[in-house]
Design a protein around this ligand. Sequence first.
Ligand code: ADP
Ligand code: MG
Length: 361
Amino acid sequence: MDKAKSFEDLFGGAPEARADAPGRVNLLGEHTDYNDGFVLPTAIPQRTRVEISRSPDGQHHFYAVKLDVLSSVAPEGPAPDNFAGYVFGCIELLKARGHAIGPLCMRIDSEVPMGAGLSSSAALEVATLRGLRQLFNLPIDDVEIAQIAQIAEIEYAHVRCGIMDQMASSLADTGHMLFLDTRTLERRVLPLPAHAEIVVIDSGVPRTLAGSKYNERREECEAAAARLGVPALRDITDPTATDTLPEPLRRRARHVISENNRVLEAATGICAERFGELMNASHASLRDDYEVSVPELDYLVDLLQQEETVFGARLTGAGFGGACVALVRAGEGRSVAERVLASYNRAHQGRVLVPDYRQRF
Ligand code: ADP
Ligand code: MG
């Protein structure tokens, strides 16, 4: 591969500002955010980096190293529909809040895999907003950055997302997880369980059904909440309260309620062994009650759970493909990932995402 073009190569000078932001993985709290519930993501080591200067020619110029695409955009629009839309959206939303931002030159590089469920989109938005905050000395805090990033994703990338990804990218780091109440935005940055590290493996199964099934699950949850007479399933803490519901609403609601309880317990500072048990229980619940797993994810989770140094493992993200996350004894992540992937890839085509194995796989 050709050497990546530097900012100087592209724009003929050094950048005025630099910033970065991490991708994220959700450790516990799956399919809870649209039920006003609790989530527990952490940052991953891979980051997105931006370099920015004022543009001399009245146009925005955004260069994505990974795509080798230079997108030139008029500041007055229309909004571009490729990767530049995320960046353009962040700029427009800042302008709408009264911040004077002129045309920009920007170079974007990233280690976060795109479209793998590790939130490369949030990392791009948060890195962009951090870079703009720095360049223009903007009085915005990290929570506002996450909020603007979420609106950019909804309005300019047309993805109807919650705020978990942007809050995780903006507020978490690799040593910490973000406990977030998605109803109130109350949050706590907590240390990861002691003596443990994170492994993420992509199953290689495309998430083709994820969109339609996601909407179906949302509707089932709304129906269950309505029958139980609460605004959202988050308002119920006793899983047996679902006993009066017809199937499959009973099991769907039971997953959400038990998952919220697992997140609340995990946020109390439990040891890695207990945290792992909660992850295993989360996977069983996603598989049996919520029915969003597929055989490949079950197999991958099974392989991970059989490892002696794995505290727990589960599918992460919406399901129907995508990745699994495991909590592993500190120092063992690479060897666990290598062994599990070797077994899994006898019949499938997975890849390790964390730790970052790009050089070796
Ligand atoms: P995820 O957030 O899970 O990685 P998304 O589909 O939400 O997946 O976001 C992926 C999109 O974000 C890409 O298709 C691209 O438009 C944009 N993107 C993210 N990172 C980069 C990057 N480094 N360079 C260019 N575009 C990026
Ligand atoms: Mg995304």
